[in-house]
Design a protein around this ligand. Structure first.
Ligand code: GTP
Ligand code: MG
Length: 402
């Protein structure tokens, strides 16, 4: 190409007309594409074929304002040090298989996290074979040390038996069961110390007979870490008062002794309606938990658990791990470290969590009836959680309060 040709080609007039032509071309292409899209959608409607939800994603915080104040992870290459953990009896294997399959199909088949099974008796080969076949990550089977599934030496076992008999007469739920008490104490103070859990920073507790109603399209452990969350729940509820008669007074004594463990941005207003005078019985339902193990392993919670254990309420009453974990999380964590998963869809008899927001439900292919969602109902503590934390409730939540 000669000097003259170049001069003609680069003349300002030619450059500008070329630019105009390009703009026009892009404009025409956009109109054609839009028309084709409209025709395609129309054709879908007319013939009755609908494809999956393709609208705005609730995970895209720029476009979609609910839920607020969290970011969904983008980089999913490297895994977190995390595992599922299930305390279960060998004989409950076939109540557990469906729960595992739900979690695998809805989440773990894409992430392959490990799964730890714990029990006070050895697991059978059948249990090991069946669960290993179902889990896409590594499976581990832990035997609970005898000392952690029995009465501590300072507990008066005769008094325990009397309490169980009294609770049986009063028909207090699980009140007559000894094994239930060992279970609650173990979930409160020991599962995170089992040697099979040593290599992990995060856990997700799974119980037999639960269901996950929705796909989870992001790495939920990464979500916890990237958003500085330490404790995640799906359902919150009021505890039966008769099972925890002295739990709050014992907790108050602990707070007087160790005021330094109370976080300055704690969530006392979620567990007490009178600034700590009494417990309102609100707790996170601990059959589902996703959390940071370092919180339970840390100084504040370790001291708190030991204090409760000395008081004996796991046996002389029937303290559940749910109120114990919840009170600790509400007092010792920053309130912003606690997260309500409103997008998973969850079932543990008899309550459902089912996103009432259509976008969340459609995007995650939730197979549940939003009218059954427990979150906004009276016996739940969901409304209180959103209110005290100044969180935006989903559109239409008021239609689901009763
Ligand atoms: N290994 C073992 N696990 C137990 C025992 N009792 C309960 N668990 C487990 O502890 C967890 C809680 O027990 P659940 O019986 O589900 O208690 P719950 O959720 O309060 O009550 P329901 O589910 O309504 O029966 C579950 O993961 C059970 O598998 C026990 O004696 N031994
Ligand atoms: Mg259960």
């Amino acid at each position: 190409m000669g000097k003259k040709d170049m001069a003609v080609k680069d003349h300002p007039k030619n450059v500008s007309s070329k630019k105009n032509f390009t703009i026009r071309l892009v404009g025409i292409a956009a109109v054609v594409m839009f028309t084709l899209m409209m025709l395609y959608q129309k054709k879908d409607r007319v013939t009755g074929y609908y494809s999956s939800y393709k609208g705005k994603s609730y995970m895209d915080s720029g476009d979609y304002i609910y839920p607020s104040r969290v970011q969904y992870p983008r980089n999913e290459n490297d895994k977190e040090k995390a595992a599922f953990v299930t305390l279960v009896r060998d004989r409950d294997l076939y109540n557990l298989v469906d729960a595992i399959k739900h979690v695998e199909d809805r989440f773990n088949k894409n992430y392959n996290y490990d799964w730890v099974f714990l029990s006070e008796t050895e697991f059978s080969q059948e249990f090991i074979d069946v669960t290993t076949a179902l889990v896409t990550g590594k499976t581990k089977y832990g035997l609970i040390p005898e000392a952690e599934w029995t009465y501590p030496e300072w507990i008066d076992q005769k008094r325990c038996a009397e309490v169980r008999e009294e609770m049986r007469k009063k028909e207090i739920i699980f009140g007559d069961m000894e094994s239930y008490r060992f279970m609650c104490r173990y979930e409160s103070g020991f599962f995170y110390r089992h040697e099979t859990m040593d290599e992990y920073d995060w856990y997700w507790r799974v119980e037999p007979d639960i269901k996950l109603h929705c796909d989870i399209n992001y790495d939920i452990f990464k979500f916890m870490r990237e958003n500085n969350k330490k404790y995640g729940f799906t359902i919150s509820i009021h505890e039966y008062e008769a099972t925890i008669a002295t739990l709050w007074n014992t907790t108050k004594k602990f707070m007087e002794l160790y005021p330094e463990y109370l976080h300055e941005n704690n969530m006392l207003d979620f567990i007490s309606d009178d600034d700590g005078g009494s417990y309102n019985n609100c707790h996170f339902w601990s059959n589902f938990e996703i959390g940071a193990l370092d919180f339970w392993r840390g100084e504040a919670y370790s001291k708190y658990f030991d204090f409760l254990d000395q008081a004996g309420g796991f046996f002389y009453e029937r303290w559940g791990d749910a109120p114990v974990h919840s009170i600790a999380a509400a007092l010792f964590l920053d309130r912003d470290e606690i997260h309500h998963f409103n997008d998973l869809g969850y079932f543990h008899n008899p309550f459902h969590s089912c996103p009432v927001d259509d976008v969340v439900r459609f995007e995650n292919k939730c197979a549940c009836d939003p009218n059954l969602d427990f979150t906004w109902k009276d016996f739940s503590c969901g409304v209180l959680f959103y209110t005290v934390n100044n969180l935006k409730k989903p559109d239409g939540w008021l239609e689901h309060v009763s």
